[in-house]
Design a protein around this ligand. Sequence first.
Ligand SMILES: *Cc1c(COP(=O)(O)O)cnc(C)c1O
Length: 357
Amino acid sequence: MSRFWSPIVRSLTPYVAGEQPAVPDLVKLNTNENPYGPSPRALAAIRDAATDGLRLYPDPTASQLRQAIAATHGIGSDQVFVGNGSDEVLAHAFAGLLKHDGPLLFPDVTYSFYPTWCGLYGIEHRAVPVDEALQVRVADFRQPCGAIILPNPNAPTGLALPLDGIEALLRDHPDQPVVIDEAYVDFGAESAVPLVARHPNLLVVQTFSKSRGLAGLRVGFAIGQRPLIEALERVRDSFNSYPTDRLALAGAVAAWEDRAWFETQRDRVVASRERLAGALRSLGFEVLPSAANFLFARHPAIPGEALAAGLRARAILVRRFARPRIQDHLRISIGTDAECDRLVAALRELTGAAPAA
Ligand SMILES: *Cc1c(COP(=O)(O)O)cnc(C)c1O
């Protein structure tokens, strides 16, 4: 607290990101990064862009990247908005699209950045409880509201809604903006992008951080009809006109175009996820069916806090949220199979389970 702070700063509850400690030989399964990293073509493009050209500002509208994304989806590039990570794109959506008379609705168990942006921008909000299985129920969103945001698959549960559920939500709220945060969609959920043409109230947000292994580059994007994209552009140009730098744009274009690398690494993560889910179940864990690059699991007899501490003592980081309903769950990012094996060995010790035959 300082007398130099603006009043708003005193009232903020900042988001707490998963930690990034510099511990040697750490198994880092706490922030859903991709263990396989970016396409080599992306790295080459970034190197090629590291020239004297960096004295010039980047393309403020990221036109080449927008065209690449638009071509894949068969839409106009003016229906794509690019930002400095999808967190920035989402923040602009909160400022530009999600503040209305009536509360913004999101699930009670969801990405914990949402209430933080509500605090920053003064957005009234209401958490809609997920059901006993931690699944989002679209029918429970049928209530008066100003706007809706939800991740699909949801975080930190990894549970996905089918596309007809998303479409029902859009039909129930034709007069409210609905933002679908698809940070993890590539790992097993259906994208809502094909619904954009029919639903002027839909904004879909995706990122290069997870499925394209580029969390360090900070590139995210949104797809929607022109009026929604224009709102994001107006906020951007009132905040920072050059959100994505030259290196990021070069790397993101090359990563987007290397479809083969993307598919191969995604398939490896999905295969490891299913293998790890089986191993955890055999140790007695309850594991939610995940459509993401992480698992959400709890042990029926051992508190989550004890498990997380025991893993940490063995240099393995996972994420735990000290929040009602989910305090005993661990959110475990999918690492390499070797990392997953170390996790399983540690959990076998911590749960006192017998070694596998
Ligand atoms: C990781 C994540 C994001 C943000 O990713 P960026 O790295 O900022 O692109 C957005 N939403 C959810 C649900 C996430 O888990």
